[in-house]
Design a protein around this ligand. Sequence first.
Ligand SMILES: [Zn+2]
Length: 87
Amino acid sequence: MMEHAVLERPQTEADAGAAGPIHWPHVCDDDLERYYLGLVTDESELAILEEHLLACAACVERMQETQDYVDAIRAGVIQGGFDSEPS
Ligand SMILES: [Zn+2]
């Protein structure tokens, strides 16, 4: 009923019990990417993301995957010269 758009699978009871009462949805991949790129400039959004990452090992793990992904994309853009940006 109260769920927002949760891209991750719902938490199991075991997860909730281990990490305390977490009522927020997991950080989605898009937000992790924006956070890593420094595109999250809204202070309240940033605070929520950072707070979640402090408490949620699963999202930290996914963020590391996101970092690898982003770095790969960046490397590809630099080396391959994809014309994503007209310059
Ligand atoms: Zn999470």
